[in-house]
Design a binder for this molecule. Sequence first.
Ligand SMILES: Cc1ncc(COP(=O)(O)O)c(C=O)c1O
Length: 394
Amino acid sequence: MEIARRMQRIPPYLFADLDRRRAALKARGMDVINIAVGDPDLPTPDHIIEALVRAARDPATHVYPPYAGTRAFREAVAGWYARRFGVTLDPEREVLTLIGSKEGLAHIPWVFVNPGDVALVSDPGYPVYATATLMADGEPYPVPLVRERAWVPDVSAIPESVARRAKVFFLNYPNNPTAGVADLALFGEVVEFARRWNILVVHDNTYSEIAYDGYRPPSFLQAPGARQVGIELHSLSKTFCMTGWRLGFVVGNGDAVAALASLKTNIDSGQFSAIQAAGVAALTGPQEPVRERVTHWQARRDTVVSGLRALGLDVPLPRATFYLWVPIPAGFTSMKFAEHLLEKAGIAVAPGIGYGQRGEGYIRISLTAPDERFAEAIRRLREHLGATVSRAAR
Ligand SMILES: Cc1ncc(COP(=O)(O)O)c(C=O)c1O
């Protein structure tokens, strides 16, 4: 058996070794606290589960779903966009159901990137933007996100020679892993840039509803002219605690949406209609469960950030996402620090290097473990690492 060369382009999965060690420590009986993965610990709201059960009992859902998604789901998406962002969408032309937003993101370069073309990807960033580009024989160009610029790109610093070759600009705000947020002024700059260089903007708005202290993240489509140059992806995964359900959607530029839909007809046959019916319940039903979950994460954010700060770690308070992007003590690489935490304290975190070269010097902590696990994590950190951290912080 020969594995295609394409597969060799995918960079080594940097978390693989840590995952193996975590599994080995667990197998040896260590109680490992996993705060590495962004998977909500709170359950899917009940009314959504009820909607799935009802729909699953209807034989009409047992057949192949429509490729582009059920009409009801696409209308629910359009209604949610109108209420949440004041953006009007044509459910027929401007909305497409995805099997999770990752599925859409992974397929986008196949549709818009020719071999040798550039895709602009955030560094650090969600790794799929770069790996999907590589799979399509494209070249990911890392656009730096740095703390001094509050984790938003300096669009004017992208070299002309790169902009000329770029076909897609992946953006993601609220941002994974940095928890940075963007405003409409940034989106406006991106629209101008995309117009000038004829680039498709792909905005990943997966975390738009996970925001704190009254902050409401915008949609890229609220920026004037955005629909001419861009699409936006969303997911029910984080907002409604539905990561396992695999339901997301893409909206925006009708031609881009149609092109992606056309590729997808050759790859998948849509998402189970009953899951889309549950998605309708999520988007059109009571939003109180979302607010309750966010309130819960906000309280956890406050407790964990204070706990980590008391240990001498310089942890910024995120306005959105459930991630803490934590600078590591001097003398460690992010991988070494993650290994240290795993082996000394039984705590699994994500090393920043896994998100790109500029992720070095950071670890990502996900606030998606139960409160008592965080209390235990802080206790262990105090016991095992207090000295290391405060010494290095001095
Ligand atoms: C920035 C970002 N985009 C997309 C996804 C994928 O979400 P899903 O495929 O569950 O919709 C994730 C998941 O962690 C993410 O962090």
